[in-house]
Design a protein around this ligand. Structure first.
Ligand code: FES
Length: 181
């Protein structure tokens, strides 16, 4: 199988090294599929087709069957994801307090719709049902941080802080960011 990015055989082998280490930790049977997929996604950020092919071969499963499992579970992703995952709550409490406007502001700021990933792979934008912080509605989560009582005008600065965070320019965000309290 050739490398997806057109690299030579040697590069492809290097690319597969982490997967081989993961596969070595599990017995080659179908029961190992889910934990292998989880670890592979952790390693590669998503589940590229060639990685799924290697996993299928290793477990002596058809690629179609592996795809069936991957597409069944929302935890698995077949496309690259952003370094930061933005989840906008659209549950009832957030909905009545303006979640749609917050979502629109984020979509405009990032230039992607819900479900999309920015071209620079900085952000993936998703909507979710209630995330259990209704008292702070409307709420978004960015990675593990909760931002509450949002309004559309606060969105740009929050997203910028994550871009800067990537560059190491601002301190760590807490579990509940300042906008949430
Ligand atoms: S509805 Fe948004 S946190 Fe509960």
């Amino acid at each position: 199988m050739g490398c997806v990015c057109g690299h030579g055989k040697e590069s492809y082998e290097k690319y597969l090294e982490p997967l081989r280490e993961i596969l070595a930790c599990y017995s080659p049977e179908q029961a190992s599929l889910i934990p292998i997929l989880q670890e592979a996604q952790e390693q590669y950020g998503y589940l590229p087709k060639d990685i799924l092919g290697e996993i299928a071969d290793s477990l002596q499963m058809s690629l179609a069957k592996v795809y069936g499992v991957v597409t069944f579970y929302t935890q698995f992703h077949l496309e690259p994801r952003g370094k930061n995952v933005v989840r906008v709550c659209t549950g009832t409490a957030c909905h009545v307090r303006g979640a749609a406007e917050v979502l629109k502001a984020i979509e405009d700021e990032l230039g992607v719709e819900s479900g999309g990933t920015t071209e620079d792979l900085e952000f993936t934008l998703e909507t979710v049902a209630c995330i259990g912080a209704c008292g702070l509605a409307p709420v978004i989560m960015i990675n593990d941080d909760t931002h509450g009582r949002l309004s559309p005008d606060k969105v740009a600065a929050i997203l910028d802080s994550y871009r800067e965070k990537q560059a190491g320019a601002v301190p760590e965000h807490g579990a509940v960011a300042a906008t949430a309290v």
